[in-house]
Design a protein around this ligand. Sequence first.
Ligand code: AHR
Length: 552
Amino acid sequence: MIERREFLRNSLLAAGTLLVPKYSALASGPPARKSRVEILLDEPLGIISANIYGHFAENLGGVIYDGIWVGENSSIPNVNGIRKELVEHMRKIKAPVVRFPGGCFADSYDWRDGVGPTDKRPRRTNFWEGAEPPNSPANHRYDPNQFGTNEFVRFCKLIGSQPYLAANLRSLPAEEFYRWVEYCNSPAGSTTLSEMRAASGNPEPFQVRFWGVGNESWGCGGNFTAQEYAVEFRRFTTWVPGFGQELSFIASGPNDDNWEWTRSFLEEIVRKGGGQLKSIYGLALHYYAWNLSRGRTRDWNAGKGDALKFDVTDWYELLRQGEVMESLITGHWQIMGEIDREHHVKLVVDEWGPWYRPGSEMTPGNILEQTPTLRDAVFSGITLDLFNQHPEKIAMANCAQLINCLNSLYLAHEDKFCVTPVGHVFDMYAAHQGGQSLRTIFSTPGVHYERDANPASLPGLGGSASLHDKVLVLTAVNPHVSDPCETEIGIPGATIKSATVTTLTAADIHAHNTFEQRDLIAPQTKSVETKGQVFSYQFPPASVTKFTLTLE
Ligand code: AHR
């Protein structure tokens, strides 16, 4: 059998089937680094769960009020109170699942406040009230509860998503968790709560499958030790009626590389027997890339950088933190396997993304809003490619957050709306959903840069590939700020019938969209001519690229 690398080299030389992009902003720019990508059709890694492309919408700042919910009587185009433009975009990206209502908010939320007649719903102090800036609107501080369970499920139905509800473990008893499940899932006419649901126009059960049991229980969710939380988790999840709906419980998992939480939580869970693992669908991992201090501090506030004002080193430092996700996935997975040998429990990365200091809000007063740039698009491409490469480990992931907060796909205020570069990446990568992930080998020189006079590096080109019948999707990220990457791409054993390439890049690494310039940065798609098993392509610097290759 020919070695894969040898095959690629030979066929490139012999076939002469060079796929040269019809456009390249840097055709006469700096010399390209040479790389090679091999997509191995005979090395499947597993099916990429569509839910890896999930979202997170917390009742925080401008996410719900203004971002998603504009109100039924609003002059802003809406579908039963939900921002219409958002609905249209989320349908386009095939949004599979949305997590709500938190985040930290979840452990202060009484679901009963958000059901029943809207004019009778109470106004409550939002969990984030104490952190709100002075110019934030009143409904960010005092929750009017106009967007509750019914409205959230309506939103999910409109966009074709599954709801993922995060339950309050810190400040409500287990009974209220049970009752929320009953409200959502008990059959029409069966219980008082199902009648309450019907009175709001929803006789049929919502069939909510995904339930988070607390959030960040090591911190805002109760300040538990892993052992204490495991005991609570067992109590909350024992004998919750399913009403014919499979319930998938997601446990509050580690922050970053807190290996100890993962180990101690699972050890305590199995103290009552290994069968207890069956009650856990996923362990939630949270990972934010926030420290741009180049090693000077680990202080949560002092370490943060700016979303818009950054230099080349800041660019690489953020992307290098993106690459850390792989070690978190494999590290936690290994520990999980020590206790859960059959790997019944999967990872659910239900909060991820960059987190900058305040100052870049497009709508002043929106706490935790930041303006995503091309840098965040590249970061998001790196993250999603890593998820695609570990399909057997990751059951779900939820980008933090959907709109007007952190790594937003969308920004909106009143009647203004724009898609961020991150939103464009989700649009491009949606093509991976449900595909067979294929082992893909990237052989490429690393990117080397100066980190305050110390050498630092990160991978020069990375990506992932998935197969969908005869369609092969390859996504790749070139993190280099100025050098293109001249790459030979081979698919041993396949013949390419047709190909398109979609590229997201910009001349300025700070490029971002605004309400005034909504399409300053947007993906460009071209068809490309190709024949055979191998082609070459020059990835532009600072870019996210998707190939859609139809095989014979
Ligand atoms: O996404 C913002 C906050 O970050 C969430 O509420 C919390 O879970 C995390 O610490």
